[in-house]
Design a binder for this molecule. Structure first.
Ligand SMILES: *Cc1c(COP(=O)(O)O)cnc(C)c1O
Length: 446
């Protein structure tokens, strides 16, 4: 079996417990067209067969990680209520659970006593809120992010009509501090985005150096850790990435996506602010949604209105089963992902047929089959990608600038500005145990 179904009976038992909360209500039977539903579900299952086997360890391509069974079941359980975490009227319990789950994430980043934060539909919306607040506090000033930062930052800046400029990267794909200083010296920068875990290569920007620059120049620091944020808990980071995660509590805002490495179904991002006073910027006056209590409604500190309470329930359940502690099973899972990436990189580097770049900082590995010219390497990467898929090993491709690759591959003639390389996100703890099989297939086709 690739699909985990052993945990399904727990859902039926939990549904019975949930039903007990309605025991005071007059009986109300809903008619269900059982045959119709069953038949349509079969059609859906047939349509859904057209997918890569994301849950299997031989899927080692894009940034996709299966949700934990407890997250899946808690989400489904919540579907029978379908709470809306916009306001307490729409989801009392799930709003409380959201506050608890978000406070636990804030505490992981060292913000135990004070923070402002909530869940969002994903990293894009969470980053939008961070830059929107930043733009309000530094009106008209620039947003800077590295050339390897997620494309969302330049696009969001355009949406918010904030000037945006990209900062060069060093040979490891991290934000280049010298170039950052040059840009800060112009005096028109309001916000610097530090990416802790770039989406392409998993590079961690040098946060300690960015924080030192803040002592000289005045700007906000927003950390985009949508993908990398949970690696703070891993016990096997390199010293540079460790140093960046260790000072994350000194920044102004953080984005992390529980739906990336936090074992959640899609629809779960998180934005956190260190200073709760930024909540005043969200201030609005809604005539119809808030009657039921004087407590803070999550809709008062979120740009999105209706939001899936089920996402909060799933996250809460996952954190309860797998607390975010450095010595826990959740943290071990992340350490295993990084260990798998290091081991794959080690084997590739020792292999004369392969070209490698920097050592993985988190769990993304980038390499390419050997070749004399950039265009030839690009072609061969695409061939390996196809041949691996035929053998059920699913990888991904990434285009990297020739400038970044030059120092690693001195014998290659770069005839194009970018080179297509192979990329593998080893995001499942099981990847470690499957590495021999992944390697066997790679050797088989090279
Ligand atoms: C994935 C990602 C985003 C975008 O988040 P979504 O959840 O896909 O909207 C932003 N920044 C980084 C670094 C990411 O990895």
């Amino acid at each position: 079996m690739v699909l985990e179904v052993n945990s399904l009976p727990a859902l039926e038992r939990a549904l019975q417990t949930l039903e007990e909360s309605f025991s005071q209500m007059p009986a109300f039977e809903q008619e269900t067209d059982l045959d119709g539903i069953a038949s349509v579900l079969q059609d859906v299952a047939l349509r859904m067969q057209d997918n890569y086997p994301y849950a299997h360890p031989l899927y080692a391509g894009q940034m996709l990680k299966p949700p934990h069974p407890v997250a899946r079941l808690a989400y489904m359980l919540a579907m029978w209520v379908n709470p809306n975490n916009h306001a307490l009227d729409g989801g009392r319990a799930s709003s409380e659970m959201e506050k608890e789950a978000v406070a636990a994430i804030a505490a992981m980043y060292g913000w135990k006593d004070r923070h402002l934060g909530h869940l969002t539909s994903g990293g894009t919306m969470a980053n939008l809120e961070a830059l929107w607040i930043a733009g309000n506090l530094h009106a008209g000033k620039k947003v800077l992010a590295s050339s390897q930062a997620h494309y969302t930052h330049s696009r969001i800046s355009a949406v918010l009509k904030l000037p945006f400029e990209s900062v060069a990267c060093d040979q490891q794909g991290r934000l280049d501090i010298t170039d950052l200083r040059t840009k800060l010296e112009r005096g028109d920068v309001g916000t610097v985005v530090a990416t802790l875990g770039t989406t392409g290569a998993g590079a961690v920007d040098p946060l300690p150096e960015i924080l030192s620059l803040r002592e000289e120049f005045e700007f906000r620091i927003h950390v985009d850790a949508a993908y990398g944020g949970y690696f703070l808990l891993a016990d096997n980071l390199g010293s540079d990435s460790r140093a960046s995660f260790d000072c994350i509590d000194r920044v102004d805002s953080i984005v992390v996506d529980p739906h990336k490495h936090g074992l959640q179904p899609y629809g779960c991002g998180c934005i956190l602010f260190r200073d709760p006073a930024v909540g005043r910027i969200y201030d609005h006056d809604s005539p119809y949604t808030y009657f039921s209590s004087d407590e803070l409604h999550l809709g008062e500190i979120s740009l999105e209105c209706s939001r899936a309470g089920a996402s909060a329930v799933a996250l809460w359940a996952t954190q309860r089963l797998l607390p975010m502690t450095r010595d826990g099973e959740f943290a071990q899972g992340l350490s295993k992902c990084r260990a798998a990436a290091l081991e794959l990189h080690r084997r590739l580097r020792a292999d004369d047929d392969q070209l490698t770049v920097f050592e993985p900082e988190l769990d993304i590995v980038i390499w390419a089959p050997g070749g004399r010219r950039g265009s030839e390497i690009s072609r061969r990467s695409s061939t390996v990608f196809d041949k691996a898929a035929e053998k059920n090993l699913h990888l991904a491709l990434v285009k990297l600038p020739a400038d970044l690759l030059r120092s690693y591959w001195p014998d290659v003639g770069f005839d194009e500005e970018t080179v297509t390389c192979l990329r593998s996100c080893l995001m499942k703890p099981e990847h470690e145990g499957w590495l021999d099989e992944i390697w066997r297939i790679l050797k088989d086709i090279s």
